[in-house]
Design a protein around this ligand. Structure first.
Ligand code: ZN
Ligand code: ZN
Length: 211
């Protein structure tokens, strides 16, 4: 496996550790952590630092209830996922979303397939299957989009992304991901707002496919 080049941004990892990251994004982070020693070490180091700071506030003048709230926040931190290696395309957190079953793909056109795993007002999570050399229609973002590569690769204006890499896209980024040659690209993507498609046809299909 090529070394992971694109990681979870600090602010997203912080929010994940406090247990307040919406579920769709939390699954992407958990799946990345299961593949990435570097981010897992970062998360553990931050947890230890948090614990040390808390020890030092022992007996200090915290506002009434503040320490309890802090402890409660720490208690809700999701446990780090167990390290998982070489057990197929789908890491454990993704397998859990799939209910242990293989994906049930729905055709999107152009050979691209998707399965929506979860969707609520805080975000939606989907698996995408892009045949080698095929492109996802060019689009922009109204919110945050985190895309984790599980198989194959894709590239766009931000660079090339291989298994384990995460692309973080937001309002400022318009892109047209194109799958690399070789194995079909399978990605896990979380978004918290509908995408902005430049072309008419994908715009018309948006309500149908909930993208
Ligand atoms: Zn990482
Ligand atoms: Zn995007």
């Amino acid at each position: 496996m090529t070394r992971i080049q694109h990681h979870i941004p600090d602010d997203v990892l912080d929010t994940y550790r406090t247990g307040t990251l919406p579920h769709a994004f939390a699954v992407v982070v958990a799946a990345h952590l299961s593949l990435c020693d570097e981010c897992r070490a970062r998360a553990e180091a931050q947890d230890m630092l948090g614990g040390a700071l808390l020890d030092r506030t022992e007996g200090a003048a915290l506002a009434p209830g503040a320490r309890d709230r802090l402890m409660a926040a720490l208690d809700t931190s999701p446990p780090p996922p167990p390290p998982q290696r070489g057990s197929g395309v789908f890491p454990a957190p993704v397998m859990a979303e799939l209910g242990g079953q293989p994906p049930r793909w729905r055709m999107l056109g152009g050979g691209i397939r998707q399965q929506i795993l979860t969707s609520d007002q805080d975000g939606s999570l989907r698996l995408l299957y892009i045949p080698p050399g095929k492109a996802v229609p060019e689009h922009g973002h109204r919110g945050l989009e985190l895309t984790l590569v599980l198989q194959g690769s894709f590239s766009d204006s931000e660079g090339a992304f291989h298994r384990g890499d995460v692309e973080t896209a937001h309002d400022a980024i318009d892109h047209q991901p194109v799958a690399g040659s070789g194995a079909p690209c399978i990605c896990l993507a979380a978004t918290n707002a509908p995408l902005r498609f430049q072309a008419l046809v994908p715009r018309l299909l948006q309500p149908i496919f909930r993208i």
